[in-house]
Every structure is written in structure tokens, then in C-alpha cells.
Design a protein around this ligand. Structure first.
Ligand SMILES: [Zn+2]
Length: 258
């Protein structure tokens, strides 16, 4: 039999945006990111061991999420929001549903611009407030030009139906899927609580590779969603929250003035 050697092109599809909090920062891995889960042998207690690239998940001392209690109240510089409505792409990466946002929306914090990359959610919440777990938590992931991340966390609690979240909830892909144009517009400004003071600390991605030096900004005021809206978020995944990590000697602040 005559053998023909065809050039073989290996297309490495690097899914750098697939990590739940791992927007654009996952290290390239020859065989793609090592699989991880929220329970069992590849669960959070083992993330640091299942791949050298995830080591800081186990050894890091500035990890997220944390329980937020006894923050140091200070009058901190406010976050300046420059959000625009966006056409969005939505994907289910097997860990969360992620909404990719158009370029051009950003926050300014202490003179640094952080551009919105995507938002996604965890249910139940990852951060807890004096030990209280909330039904869900939204993460709006921002990145500066030098690749520093700032993540706004919004605790979601049961209450009134929230129209701003409905286009997102209407377009949750039930199965793992690539990003698809959702043919809806979402304004990230409308996802925020009315009072935009935050708890602030330096933490990490809450998913492997658990990279540190993430600026965490957790809204002090939770946002209400209806029971049906929260159920829709909760129905898609088994619990997809990393347990709280030790604060260690990190400062934790609460902005005392809107
Ligand atoms: Zn997250």
C-alpha cells in the first residue's frame, strides 16, 4: 500500500477565556487545561496537586473567595464606571455560563483603567458575608492593559424579579457549548446594586490556576433576583462555588462612602 504523508496541521484551540474567573490569564498547556471539578478527586482540595500550573491553588496565601467579616472601614476612592450596553456572546464552559462583553466598557480605579472582558456566575455564592452564604454571585471580570485583573462581585439574594438579569437568564445554554451570539443587548450597569460601595482586598482567581494579585471589589449591597430567576441559575450546574479561603494577614477594606 502506497503511503502518502500529508502535512498535518495541529490546530491548538487555546480556550483562554474558558476559566470561570480565568479570563485571558490561563497559562498555555500542551494538552489544554487539565480537567478540574467542584467535588471529588479533582475538586477544590486537590486543585493544587492535579497540575503544576495549579500549584498556587494549594500553596497560595492570598486566595479567593473569603468570608467577609470585620472589614476596616475607610473612605476609599470610588470606582468610576464607564459601562456601555453590549451585544453579547454567551457560552457554557462546563463550569459556569460566561457572557463575553464587547470592548469599550471599563472602570477606573485609583487611576488605572480596567476593561470589562466578561461576566459569569457561581451558585451558591463564593464570598460569604459574616458566614452567610447567598444563593448566587455574579463576577464581572475586568483586565488592565498590563493584564492585572479587577473583579466586581455581586451577591445575589432572593427578592423581587430583576428585569436587567432576564436577557442573561433567558439565554443560559444548558449544555457545554462554544460562544454564540445571543442576539440580546445587556447593560452591565443595570446588573449593579444602586449603592456601589465595595469590600476590597487582594485575592485570586477562584478557579484553577488560582492566579493571585486579583483586585477584588465585592459590592456591599446584594442585588435581588426572584426565586424563579435564582432557580434558573442554580439548575444548570451542581454547586460551582469554591469554598472560602483563609484571609491570613491580608487587609480587608470597606468603602465607607458612596
Ligand atoms: Zn467567578
Amino acid at each position: 500500500m502506497k503511503t502518502k504523508l500529508f502535512p498535518v496541521i495541529f490546530l491548538v484551540v487555546a480556550s483562554f477565556l474558558l476559566g470561570a474567573c480565568g479570563a485571558s490569564v490561563e497559562e498555555p498547556h500542551p494538552a489544554g487545561p487539565v480537567h478540574w471539578t467542584y467535588e471529588g478527586e479533582e475538586g477544590p482540595e486537590h486543585w493544587g496537586e492535579i497540575d503544576p500550573a495549579y500549584a498556587v491553588c494549594g500553596t497560595g496565601t492570598s486566595q479567593s473567595p473569603i468570608d467577609i467579616s470585620t472589614p476596616n472601614e475607610q473612605d476609599l476612592a470610588n470606582i468610576a464606571f464607564h459601562y456601555q450596553p453590549s451585544e453579547v456572546n454567551i457560552l457554557n464552559n462546563g463550569h459556569t455560563v460566561q457572557v463575553n462583553y464587547e470592548a469599550g466598557s471599563y472602570i477606573e480605579l485609583n487611576g488605572v483603567r480596567y476593561d470589562v472582558a466578561q461576566f459569569h456566575y457561581h451558585a451558591p455564592s463564593e464570598h460569604t458575608l459574616n458566614g452567610e452564604v447567598f444563593p448566587a454571585e455574579l463576577h464581572i471580570v475586568h483586565q488592565s492593559t498590563d493584564a492585572t485583573l479587577a473583579v466586581i462581585g455581586i451577591l445575589l439574594k432572593e427578592g423581587a424579579e430583576n428585569n436587567a438579569y432576564q436577557p442573561f437568564i433567558n439565554n443560559l445554554p444548558a449544555e457545554k457549548t462554544d460562544a454564540k451570539d445571543a442576539a440580546v443587548k445587556i447593560h452591565a450597569m443595570d446588573l449593579l446594586p444602586n449603592v456601589q460601595t465595595t469590600f476590597r482586598y487582594s485575592g485570586s482567581l477562584t478557579t484553577p490556576p488560582c492566579t493571585e494579585s486579583v483586585n477584588w471589589l465585592v459590592m456591599t449591597t446584594p442585588v435581588e433576583l426572584s426565586s424563579a430567576q435564582l432557580s434558573a441559575l442554580d439548575a444548570l450546574f451542581e454547586d460551582n462555588n469554591r469554598p472560602v479561603q483563609e484571609l491570613n494577614d491580608r487587609p480587608l477594606f470597606e468603602d465607607s462612602t458612596p
